[in-house]
Design a protein around this ligand. Structure first.
Ligand SMILES: [Zn+2]
Ligand SMILES: [Zn+2]
Length: 177
C-alpha cells in the first residue's frame, strides 16, 4: 500500500499510484483522524534526474465533532499533494529544504509518511457544524439548537446582570467557577 517499486520507476520513469485507503485502515488511527470513507489516493510519481517527484490528489472524508454541540461533523478532504524526494539528502537537510530524503539502497519508496503529513494538515482538529451553532447549555447540557432549556436563554440584559454579579463576587472572598 502506497509503495513505489523504485526499480520499476527507474525503468519506466513514471509510475501512477492509485489506491483507496479503507476507512478502517489502522493508519487513520495513527494520525488520530476518524475516516468517513476510503481515502482515494491518486499520485503521479516521476523521476526528475536523481530525485523523485510525487504529484497528485487525496480525496476522502474526515469525521469530527462540533466543538460547540458535539454533533458529528463530516469534513471533505480534497487536497493536491506535491512532494519532492531528494537523492543524497540526510533527514535534517531534507527538512530544511522542505523535501523528503530519497531512500538510497531500498527497493521501495513508502509514500505514506508524506500522505500522512498532508492529511494531518487537511483534517480539522476542531470543527463547527454550522457557523451559527448555538452549542450546549453550559449548565444543563441541552442542545440549544433544538430549543431553549429550563435555565433560560441568556438574553442580552441577563448577560449584563450576570456580569454585574461577577463584579460583586470579586469583592467577596474570590470564587471559583
Ligand atoms: Zn454544533
Ligand atoms: Zn440549560
Amino acid at each position: 500500500m502506497l509503495r513505489v517499486d523504485l526499480g520499476r520507476l527507474e525503468r519506466k520513469e513514471r509510475v501512477r499510484v492509485v489506491e483507496a485507503l479503507p476507512a478502517d485502515d489502522l493508519r487513520w488511527a495513527e494520525i488520530g483522524v476518524r475516516a468517513g470513507g476510503p481515502l482515494e489516493v491518486d499520485l503521479d510519481v516521476t523521476r526528475v534526474g536523481r530525485d523523485v517527484l510525487v504529484r497528485g490528489r487525496l480525496r476522502g472524508e474526515a469525521v469530527s465533532e462540533c466543538r460547540r454541540c458535539l454533533r458529528e461533523v463530516r469534513v471533505a478532504i480534497d487536497e493536491t499533494e506535491t512532494v519532492l524526494y531528494r537523492s543524497g539528502l540526510t533527514a535534517v537537510e531534507a527538512e530544511a529544504e522542505e523535501a523528503y530524503p530519497l531512500p538510497e539502497h531500498e527497493p521501495e519508496l513508502d509514500l505514506w509518511p508524506a500522505v500522512r503529513e498532508h492529511l494531518l494538515l487537511a483534517a480539522p482538529e476542531y470543527a463547527v457544524c454550522t457557523p451559527d451553532c448555538r452549542g450546549l447549555c453550559p449548565r444543563c447540557g441541552t442542545n440549544l439548537n433544538e430549543g431553549a432549556c429550563a435555565c433560560g436563554a441568556p438574553e442580552p440584559d441577563e448577560r449584563w446582570a450576570a456580569l454585574r454579579g461577577l463584579k460583586l463576587n470579586r469583592g467577596g472572598d474570590g470564587g471559583g467557577t
